[in-house]
Design a protein around this ligand. Sequence first.
Ligand SMILES: Cc1cc2nc3c(=O)[nH]c(=O)nc-3n(C[C@H](O)[C@H](O)[C@H](O)COP(=O)(O)OP(=O)(O)OC[C@H]3O[C@@H](n4cnc5c(N)ncnc54)[C@H](O)[C@@H]3O)c2cc1C
Length: 424
Amino acid sequence: MTNAKTNAFRKRVIVVGGGVVGLSAACGLQGLGYSVTLLDCAAEPAPINGELRPRVSALSPASMVLLEQLGAWPGDASRIRQYQDMYIWTDGSFDSVQFSATELAKPTLGAIAENDLLQYSLQQRAQSLGVSTLWRSEYQEIFQTEDLVSLTLTSGERLQAEWLVVAEGAQSGLRQALGIRSQGWSYQQNAIVCSVSWGGVTANRSGAESAASKALAVDRTAWQRFLPSGPLALLPLASGDSSVVWSLEQQEYERLSNLNDADFLAAFNAAVGEAVGDSAVAVGKRFGFPLRLAQAEKYLAGRCFLVGDSAHSIHPLAGQGLNLGLMDVKGLITAFEKGAEAAHLQAWQRKRRAKTAEMMMLTDGLYRLYRLYGEHGSSKAEVSGFVGFAKGRGLRALVSAGMAAVGAVPLLRQELARLAISAD
Ligand SMILES: Cc1cc2nc3c(=O)[nH]c(=O)nc-3n(C[C@H](O)[C@H](O)[C@H](O)COP(=O)(O)OP(=O)(O)OC[C@H]3O[C@@H](n4cnc5c(N)ncnc54)[C@H](O)[C@@H]3O)c2cc1C
């Protein structure tokens, strides 16, 4: 095993992008003994206090372990909520799949944490490991030879290293500069992201306790509802509120984004339906994110690696984008631990592209199935604009039967659960 520390000359790595993925790579590689310089065009992450930030991620158990191993798990546990149950449903009483940590013999299904909290905690760890950080810095040009990568900054400074990690998000300029094409498409959907507070109702609005609300508390369950208009996810927050990720076709996205809070809450409560057994009474500021599927044709170009959203973007319906990025980093650390020989790096690329393709097939497949269902099969007016789909009852029945079958067959449920919780 090559340890960069034992070399007379410490090998250098440049990481471009100080989001959660880039900072994880910086901490991991610095920890192996490489000399890492991280560059980001944004300001240095600041400590997080007060109200929870709206942008959160569901971390898989594998991502939680990685962050712990990097020594970067956030110290402030009061801002993180672990969840024990996952409940996926459509609009019929039997169209549901439910998983619990207990039945999967896991201590937890995952944790919901603010992206800013994770980033700040990683930045603190990077600093303590001695990573050299350049915040508010931009590059101008990249150039690589067989042995070295050079990055010229807009300040005129030139960085040189043996390796460069591209972690600058979906709109990566370096991906383009390296001549790597990214293939995919826009979903023509946007996600509304916001937090909601609950009224504390224990029974559903028709007065009777629903089977789901009886067993599953809003504060420890990740909920996902497949609506004709698109998937709606509820993630439990440490405050007892929920983070909402509501993916919507363009027209409906614009309509709901422009509603005042009271009307938005009414539409949201109608969309969530009875299963949650509670009603939202307040909503925070709403943010919008365009949704895309994209995969870079390669993750390795000479001495440069693509990780995280620079390498791939997926629909957020399974909450796996960041988890995939963190697993890119985990694999890269292992390849460097083995010596970063060409064979290790090629194996890393093959495995990561295959894992991403698997997750893309799952999320895109689910998206398409429920889109068809929405176009042909809704029985209820969940959200105005989706009323009166009279035809296609057969398809709706098929989807319902599919959900019921997944729910009933242990192996199928386990496979879905494995994909949902362990983007390894
Ligand atoms: C609505 C929504 C909900 C989601 N929910 C989940 C979830 O629950 N779980 C999950 O796993 N994933 C989720 N995702 C996906 C997840 O947010 C992304 O996959 C993840 O944030 C990507 O991290 P990254 O570090 O690769 O990129 P980013 O977070 O985009 O970070 C890129 C960094 O690079 C910097 N940068 C950009 N350009 C430059 C430049 N030219 N020079 C220098 N620096 C640059 C930026 O300032 C930034 O710090 C969700 C996505 C969306 C849209």
